[in-house]
Design a protein around this ligand. Sequence first.
Ligand SMILES: Cc1cc2nc3c(=O)[nH]c(=O)nc-3n(C[C@H](O)[C@H](O)[C@H](O)COP(=O)(O)OP(=O)(O)OC[C@H]3O[C@@H](n4cnc5c(N)ncnc54)[C@H](O)[C@@H]3O)c2cc1C
Length: 429
Amino acid sequence: MKKAVKIIGAGLAGCEAALTLSKRGLVVTLIDCKPREMSPAHSSNDFAEVVCSNSFKSSEIATASGLLKAEMDILGCSLLEIARTCSVPAGGALAVDRQLFSQRVTERINSDENIKVVCQTVDDWDDEPTIIATGPLTLGGLNDALNKKLCDSLHFYDAEAPIISGDSIDYLATFGGSRYGRGGDDYINCPMNREEYYEFVEALVTAERALGHEFDKREIFEGCMPVEVMASRGKDTLRFGPLRPVGFLSEGKRPFAVVQLRRENTTGDMYNIVGFQTNLKFSEQKRVFGIIPALKNAEYLRYGVMHRNSYVDAPKVMNSYLQLKDYQNVFIAGQLSGVEGYVESIAMGLISAHNIANFMENKPMLEFPDCTILGALLRYLATPNSNFQPMNANFGLLPPVTGIKDKMQKKIYYSNRSLDALKKVDLLF
Ligand SMILES: Cc1cc2nc3c(=O)[nH]c(=O)nc-3n(C[C@H](O)[C@H](O)[C@H](O)COP(=O)(O)OP(=O)(O)OC[C@H]3O[C@@H](n4cnc5c(N)ncnc54)[C@H](O)[C@@H]3O)c2cc1C
């Protein structure tokens, strides 16, 4: 008899997991609350709904998202294959016709004889082999079940500031140092003069925002106020808040305003823009934050986002196979597992499917080399972290390389190193 897996959530991760398991000869019950119940961001009756931007980001191999896609292709990703059949022109990026994409995934799911679809809002899980892929907007009692069974390890309402790559900062327009000399050169400070600051504030308050869903408006906490909302309270509010120029001098005088950059990783190649949690559209973040002289050419490893975000405290509750430590029959996939982004969510669907299948077939689960984006993401999810936050694919996660100065050459090196290593892995399926 064929082995059976239950998947809760027919979003990007759940659909990828279902198709992967079917290809491996397992039978799947795929459960989604749609169309009976919908989250505030979902509106289509189809599965694998792409809720906001239609971009799956770059396909260029010398980018982290391009490399992630290439790695997923090696594993036989179904949703990327479908995405390419309904792509729209987007330069080097893979962008899809969103409706067509969801429609094609749904058709594929519905016509697969190994997959049975059930419409139901799931409130809990049982002992059956299960993948939970209910996404950042998990509905119903499942939130409580995750909280209760995983010791309050589920996080809600999350605001994130962008992360930029260290080598894209214009250091000539910065100075090092912490306020009042506390902490040495821990921060990189980006000063602005009066004209630059007011130009920045004006652009910030008039910039186009991403989805303004009701849940966003209701749930914003003072402590994680989007920077544009704070700026709209008064043109000097930011100068008395996160951009206050007190506690240090630049070229012997106090700057008019200062944006601080904080290291995001130990190697210092990723920086968080302090206090810049934002709900601006990604393109607007690049445009508006680019008014800050030091960030004119900033490369965004992760854009800022502001929305309700349910995700498990992965290092505490999961191992690097996406398997719950205390419920070994249960795997977590998609954004709920602590990754961020469409393609990353699909990737976790793909991996959770192979791992649960291997687990049920008494085969070793997948081990990815650290130098692959998949391996680096899984390692990030499993590494103890007292302030765990969702992560997307970026080169800052990979073991650094020394001796290559040219930025493009470095990226090409990362990609070649990863694909060479991945091709040598015995994938056992
Ligand atoms: C508002 C918003 C905008 C976003 N914009 C972007 C963006 O532009 N680019 C980007 O890369 N990423 C974006 N993301 C992040 C993320 O990539 C997507 O949310 C992605 O769809 C996550 O995939 P997933 O499979 O984990 O969850 P989803 O695709 O959300 O799928 C979850 C599925 O589970 C179902 N479900 C939920 N609860 C239950 C339940 N209890 N029982 C049964 N079914 C249930 C839902 O109906 C849904 O079909 C955004 C997220 C949000 C919330």
